[in-house]
Design a protein around this ligand. Structure first.
Ligand SMILES: C[S@@+](CC[C@H](N)C(=O)[O-])C[C@H]1O[C@@H](n2cnc3c(N)ncnc32)[C@H](O)[C@@H]1O
Length: 261
């Protein structure tokens, strides 16, 4: 959306006295300010200005509907960059160059009966693609414990996702029992795992599955998403029956395994 003539670059901008106090407060030169244009000149869209002082030339403009989207895009780009950079450092630990798709995330969330879910554990949250969706569905009195082996991801999550229900732990999924106990929690209604299990040793895989089974409350669900079916025999060994689903709209297409206790 292009603003009309009065907001063109280089135009002299003299704000309405009603908005000047706000502008003065922000006027570290040159900076940005959002001003309701209809209060200054005539009804119209809200415009963001770059200016110096309480009066000055319009150096640049942005329509806020665009500027509101920008920080989100920047954040999502930053998350993707952190993810890709971590993949270059630890390709085996991550197992994927990009986070899960929205379709896969939705499909995973649909496997859970959220009315009966209070304590959720997520192994390998990465930059929080699934974490955010879990928090969106988790009841207000719920708790989500996100465990990642990668320090960069644990730091990123604790600083970007400010939700009192989220507890972030830097550690291994194999230590889920100790981690939950450290937070004063005894069991979980649901555990999600995005760890590339096929790249772990059979012993580590077994340790993770066994301890997950122990922390799951009766009726609890373990949801594992993977690019291959390599984990299936071991999941069956520990949990018995395994429900299987397939999500093609992901890079790479993902297999989803659901086990109950
Ligand atoms: C493919 S990424 C998944 C990221 C995110 N959940 C998603 O779906 O976009 C795998 C994640 O598992 C983590 N990870 C690998 N081994 C782990 C372990 N033993 N315990 C906890 N996290 C682990 C990695 O650091 C990485 O964040």
């Amino acid at each position: 959306m292009k603003p009309s003539f009065w907001a063109q670059k280089g135009a002299l901008f003299r704000p309405h006295p009603a908005v000047q106090p706000t502008i003065k407060k922000l006027s570290f030169a040159p900076t940005q300010c959002c001003c309701t244009m209809q209060r200054c000149v005539r009804p119209g869209p809200r415009i963001a200005f770059r200016f110096r002082g309480s009066e000055g030339r319009i150096l640049n403009w942005r329509v806020p509907s665009q500027s509101r989207r920008k920080p989100l895009d920047r954040e999502s780009l930053r998350a993707k960059w952190i993810f890709a950079r971590s993949f270059l450092k630890h390709p085996v630990m991550l197992g994927s160059l990009i986070p899960s798709s929205k379709t896969l995330v939705t499909r995973l969330a649909q496997q859970v009966n959220w009315d009966k879910t209070r304590i959720v554990v997520e192994y390998g949250p990465g930059v929080g693609t699934i974490t955010t969706e879990i928090l969106r569905r988790l009841p207000p009195d719920g708790v989500l414990v996100a465990i990642d082996y990668n320090q960069d991801f644990a730091n990123y999550l604790s600083t970007t996702l400010k939700d009192p229900r989220l507890l972030v732990a830097h550690g291994s999924a194999a230590d889920v029992e100790q981690i939950l106990a450290g937070f004063g929690l005894e069991g979980a209604d649901c555990v999600f795992s995005g760890i590339p299990h096929s790249t772990l040793s059979a012993e580590m895989r077994s340790q993770i599955f066994e301890s997950t089974r122990r922390v799951l409350r009766p009726g609890g669900t373990f949801i594992v998403y993977q690019f291959t079916g390599a984990v299936l025999p071991q999941l069956r060994q520990v949990f018995g029956e395994v429900d299987q689903h397939f999500e093609p709209l992901n890079i790479l297409p993902a297999r989803i395994f659901c086990c109950s206790r």
